[in-house]
Design a protein around this ligand. Sequence first.
Ligand code: SF4
Length: 93
Amino acid sequence: MSNICNQQCLFCSHDNSCVMDDNWLDAGLFNKMKWLKYVSHICLSSRSGERLLNPHFPQIADIVRRIAQYSHIDAFTNGLALREKLGRYRRQL
Ligand code: SF4
């Protein structure tokens, strides 16, 4: 989902200084993954990095839900980007 993170947890091996470019998985890639409908549990996470920093995350979640209608879908997050996005959403109301 993302190769960068907005946190620096002491226990984590993720190191933003090793990342050359922000690298996002593109939503179009998931449109091709028709086989996802056969997967029972889908975790929209990467080994390290914060998935909510991926600007395509909402579209990716929608695509995966459309393809894998009966699968369990989850994503781990540290929540920092969510708080910022919720604040922006609240200001729009
Ligand atoms: S990837 Fe997760 S554990 Fe690692 S620094 Fe980011 S928030 Fe912390």
